[in-house]
Design a protein around this ligand. Sequence first.
Ligand code: HAM
Length: 439
Amino acid sequence: MDMNDFQSVRGMRDLLPEEAEGLEEIIAKAKRVASLYGYRQIITPVVESYELLNAKSGEEIRSRMFVFEDLGQRKIVLRPEFTASIARLITTPLKNEPKPLRIFSVGSVYRYDEPQRGRYREFWQSNFELIGSNMPEADAEVVLLTNRLMKDAGLRNYEFKLGHVGILRAILSQYGINEQRQNAVLQKMDKKEFDAALGLVENKDCRKILEGLISLKKNEPPSAEPSSIVGEIEKHVKGCKEASDALKNLSDILNLLNKGGCSIKTVDPAFARGLDYYTGMIFEVYIPELDIALGGGGRYNKLVEAFKGEPTAAVGVAHGLDRIALAKQLQDKMKKTAIQEKRGRKKRVLVTSISDAVKGKALEISEELRKAGVETEFEVMGRKMSRALEDADKRKMDYAVIVGERELKEGKVVVRNLTKREQAAVPLEELTRKIKGKS
Ligand code: HAM
């Protein structure tokens, strides 16, 4: 291998100063949100034991972990998320901390995803966990702080999607489907493979209820109010007490979010997420310009217990900081284009003279144009014509007015259309009209 062949590993990125600054800015905002909501930072190792992550993360993440053996033959993973590490802490060093515990972490995480825009193998998350409360206000809090972060990051038109795996699990449990099979069904639903999900459910009555919930989403008009969807879900689950309780919980959370000034675009009864540990409300946040989530989370009341800790209610969220930075970039670019388009009706003109002898006249023409409201830049660098035009072109100016002795004698100047790359001699008295007239 030649030294010049060295490249970063596939899926890994170098963040050059501008990108690094963009990421740092979002990190600073996430830290600020953490303080505002009373979350204290914890720093955990980038590597964890394979067993920890293997236990409860779910197939989706498990199959994409970076796994290796260290020199002491321990099976190690690069952390694919923070939640398992935090749950591990709750079982031991933080076991006796008074609840609620609010924990914030930020750092890089690793997943062997297929690299594409917004999807990397090393990416950054800010992670918030609220431990020790089973109240709907705790669920509402992690959504609200996400809302705050989106707003502070300067994003527009972002949308929340909410669901409740407690409803789905309750229905599956009622028909005797064990947790492992439930996880498999939810994994399929997460991937929108609804037929495959239904195929895993043998009981006809159970399948019918699930089908009903899945079709609910398809048949709802996109503008449907969350409360009307809750009403519809109610009709499908009324035979199952546990599912009705879960729905009541979802409805309570929605009401609190409403009070907290966070509007929810979509309530999706067939919504599931790739992680196995969720037991209750789940959510994700999107912007219209990107079809991948900027953040996601939910309630996981059984994870700490699964790690041999006390049964502990918990809810949390992780934000994809690289994606938030990308989203910001996309929206900023679109805003700029919109401004440019608006401006587009106003032409930008460069005025330059062929020789010193007519420089004064060229300046006079510039002032005339400005008087008529045309945005005009006069060539002040003394550059050769070709260089000045090249520069005007690069800066996306619309016209160059070239003042030369020969044309001036006929009372004309040359007007070059920089977009169309054509030029013509134009009588001075028609110059403003020519430039302003064309749109
Ligand atoms: P997650 O949905 O797997 O949740 O990831 C959270 C966020 O990380 C996603 O919404 C996305 O923005 C970002 N993300 C995921 N994969 C990639 C990737 N390949 N490249 C760039 N960004 C990515 C969790 O990680 C849970 N631990 C969240 C949680 C905390 N639930 C409860 N507490």
